[in-house]
Design a binder for this molecule. Structure first.
Ligand code: NDP
Length: 330
């Protein structure tokens, strides 16, 4: 089977030459293991951080070794109790066609309840990030005005819709194209949206949220964060989820120059890691499955076909080629 290895550590924006698709032997499962034929691979922004040789909350990818990440697939051989050939599983050995792993590290998923790819998105890690980041980290309350950046992406599109479904007064989003902005309002039910490439974020946000914001869900950092601090209402809560605007920066990042406003406004700026919120998983799955089933929440995917296109899909994700969750179908 083929697997993607990190060939070089990207400096700034990753290029195709930083990745290599390599033929690797498929190992039959030992006792307690399963062999999975992957059906969908996830590409996610956090993987960019793992391409740098720095200490972080998750270890870096090793050069010349297979990368890993979320994947769903079907068991094709099993030496583990409770796992049968044909079972659908979610696991962490993505970026490859075949994965041999300890069955304890796989979670069975229901392919009849939803398409398998949904377990990498709305029903998976990005979905829980949106749900926990809004409801738990930002302490969302009915009647809040919510602003979310990266609003047409996997996490952001869910944040805005969960806020609407949970009784937000106003939901505002930003994204990087006119098509995405139209989709936010027309398909996802945002009250207002803007293209951050059209004019300064501070100006556009002030116009879109004339009464300020109570919650800012930050996927982007940079001038988005600065603008949100400026328009924030007293006691607003910020979920610092991602800072994708700086993931490919080579120089020192620019901080929000107005951070001192947080003092007088008594803002709460809280970072999050989705892994801390596993306890919310049952409530999240029940809510999300219900919303998907009754059509009250729209979920989009951008599906790139072919394992050979996974590196391009990842680079495309960083450039905004996706609407909703970017996945690779293999
Ligand atoms: P998305 O589906 O949102 O894809 C990334 C998007 O980022 C692109 O589609 C692009 O959309 C946007 N983008 C790229 N560059 C910029 C920029 N300079 N300024 C503004 N937007 C930009 O990815 P996810 O939903 O998977 O992740 C969203 C964020 O959440 C990321 O920052 C990620 O790191 C973070 N995250 C954090 C987790 C945690 O536990 N803390 C867990 C999961 C995700 P556009 O066309 O609009 O520019």
């Amino acid at each position: 089977g083929r697997e993607w290895q990190l060939a070089a550590r990207p400096h700034g924006w990753p290029t195709p030459a930083d990745f290599a698709l390599v033929e690797a032997p498929v190992r039959q499962p030992a006792a307690g293991e399963i062999l999975v034929r992957n059906a969908y691979l996830s590409v996610d922004p956090y993987m960019r951080g793992r391409m740098n040789d720095v200490k972080s909350y998750i270890p870096p990818f090793q050069l010349g070794r297979a990368m890993d990440g979320g994947a769903v697939g079907r068991v094709v051989a099993s030496a583990a109790e409770g796992f049968e050939v044909g079972d659908a599983v979610l696991h962490g050995l993505g970026w490859r066609e075949y994965a041999t792993l300890d069955a304890a590290h796989a979670v069975k998923v229901d392919g009849d309840l939803a398409p398998l790819s949904y377990y990498l998105g709305a029903l998976g890690m990005p979905g829980l990030t949106a749900y926990a980041g809004l409801l738990e980290v930002a302490s969302f309350r009915e009647g809040d005005t919510v602003f979310v950046s990266g609003a047409a992406g996997a996490v952001g599109s869910l944040v805005g819709q969960i806020a609407r479904l949970k009784g937000a007064k106003r939901v505002v989003g930003s994204a990087g194209s006119a098509d995405k902005v139209a989709r936010l309002v027309e398909e996802y039910g945002f009250d207002a949206a803007f293209n951050y490439k059209d004019a300064p974020v501070a100006e556009q946000l002030a116009a879109a949220a004339p009464d300020g914001v109570d919650v800012y869900f930050d996927n982007v950092g940079g001038d988005h964060l600065e603008a949100a601090i400026t328009v924030a209402n007293p006691h607003a809560r910020f979920t610092l989820c991602g800072a994708i605007a700086q993931y490919n920066d080579t120089g020192a990042p620019t901080g929000p120059r107005n951070l001192a406003l947080a003092i007088g406004k008594r803002l709460r700026l809280q970072g999050m890691l989705v892994g801390d919120h596993a306890a919310l998983q049952p409530a999240f799955l029940a809510d999300m499955a219900g919303w998907l089933k009754d059509g009250s929440l729209r979920y989009d995917e951008t599906v790139v076909e072919g394992v050979e296109n996974a590196a391009d899909a990842f680079i495309g994700l960083l450039r905004g080629a996706n609407t909703g969750k970017m996945v690779v179908k293999i």
